[in-house]
Ligand binder design. Structure first.
Ligand SMILES: Cc1ncc(COP(=O)(O)O)c(C=O)c1O
Length: 388
């Protein structure tokens, strides 16, 4: 039998590290957290509470299952490369033109396409600290110079610092801002949003990531970003997703609404032609046709979030104000051991790893039962730690 020449793992690592693009060599991989299966295996958990990925515990509309069943006979065909039906449906409810809408394999795909299309090595990009990982990783993948503006000590957007940074001589090529923010959950209200947008140079591409839009609509003062931005002569894109309020995280659909159709055309040049598969398109259309289901799950989540926030504050923890389906809280002690102790009880949360936030965790709002399990377990762990 032919013997293949072997290259050992260390030599392979050295070779591939040398060959990789310089920007990729130092790039952190996105921390997607632990799967339920892994937690069952590694921690022997019988029951797993998934509170790390801001999923919707109420799931998608029943119409989604019907649409997916009906689709099964067509899986031998390519999906619509242009998502025409879905873009038309989104256009009719958002007031955008279909040609100003782009659909992605999750909104993370659209963040990637924006960076691929617009960023070159050295381009300045402004984003928030702490951040949604991909707001930093994708620009860095392109070699952009990412500047991160910390939230204030009250865990709010530091609007003065943003306006000052936006008024610097070297205009940022792109601003990537989640409103409300992930992981903090804080929100720019309409006045702050207007100030920030007006401070941004006209040639800066504003990317406003509204992954938690449907939840934020329950927070008084949340800006109507589309109306605000349409009043501005500048390029922008607003990103939204079917992964959270619409309950479709597993199928990967996000959309962007752009200031100009030509911005969508730029992304079309760099995306894989069939970036949104058939199941994803059919499911998103079905979910979109049932806004009442989505609205009911969002209402229930907002009630649970406020209840959980009050319970956590009663434990003496600092909980950031949240306009989303998660809470960001300061445990006032290293988050690693607490997260590990929660895993032994089958509860997955996200211990934050960015420098300066190692005492914080982010916890998603789940079902009432999961939330209570989490609060009780956390109280117990903190009590035990205090005794040792
Ligand atoms: C702020 C923000 N943007 C984008 C995403 C990505 O969402 P999607 O599932 O649509 O890729 C997330 C997911 O957690 C998020 O929190």
């Amino acid at each position: 039998m032919e013997k293949h020449a072997q290259i050992d793992a260390r030599a392979a690592t050295e070779l591939l590290t040398r060959c990789a693009r310089a920007q990729v060599r130092d790039l952190p991989a996105y921390n997607a957290g632990l799967s339920s299966e892994l937690v069952r295996q590694r921690y022997g958990a019988q029951q797993v509470s998934r509170l790390a990925s801001n999923e919707n515990p109420f799931g998608a509309s029943p119409k989604v299952a019907q649409a997916l069943t009906a689709m099964l006979t067509n899986v031998g065909l390519y999906p619509d490369a242009n998502c025409l039906a879905l873009r038309a449906a989104i256009a009719s409810r958002t007031g955008a033109q279909a040609q100003e809408i782009v659909v992605g394999n999750g909104s993370e795909n659209l963040l990637e396409l924006l960076c691929l299309s617009f960023l070159s090595p050295g381009d300045p990009v402004l984003t928030l600290l702490p951040s949604f990982g991909l707001h930093e990783i994708y620009p860095r993948m392109m070699g952009a110079d990412v500047h991160m503006l910390p939230v204030s000590s009250a865990l709010e957007f530091d609007v003065d610092a943003w306006c000052a940074a936006l008024s610097q001589k070297a205009a940022p090529k792109m601003v990537i801002l989640s409103n409300p923010s992930n992981p903090v959950g804080c929100m720019l209200d309409v006045g702050a949003f207007r100030r920030l947008v007006r401070a941004a140079p006209l040639e800066t591409l504003l990317v406003i990531d509204e992954a938690y839009y449907e939840y934020a609509l329950h927070s008084p003062g949340f800006p109507d970003a589309l109306t605000e931005l349409r009043a501005q002569p500048r390029p922008w894109m607003v990103l939204r997703t079917f992964s959270k309020a619409w309950g479709l995280a597993g199928l990967r659909v996000g959309y962007g609404i752009a200031s100009h159709a030509c911005l969508v055309q730029m992304l079309d040049r760099v995306r894989t032609p069939f970036n949104v598969n058939m199941a994803a398109q059919m499911a998103a259309l079905a979910a979109w046709s049932d806004p009442d289901h989505m609205a009911a799950s969002v209402r229930a989540t907002v009630v649970q979030r406020d209840l959980m926030g009050a319970q956590l504050r009663a434990l003496g923890l600092t909980v950031a104000p949240s306009a989303t389906n998660f809470l960001f809280l300061d445990l006032h002690r290293p988050n690693g051991p607490v997260a590990e102790a929660l895993l032994w009880r089958g509860i997955i949360i996200k211990p934050w790893k960015e420098a300066g936030y190692e005492t914080f965790i982010r916890v998603s709002v789940g079902t009432e039962a999961d939330n209570q399990r989490f609060v009780n377990a956390l109280a117990d762990i903190l009590r035990q730690q205090a005794l040792h």
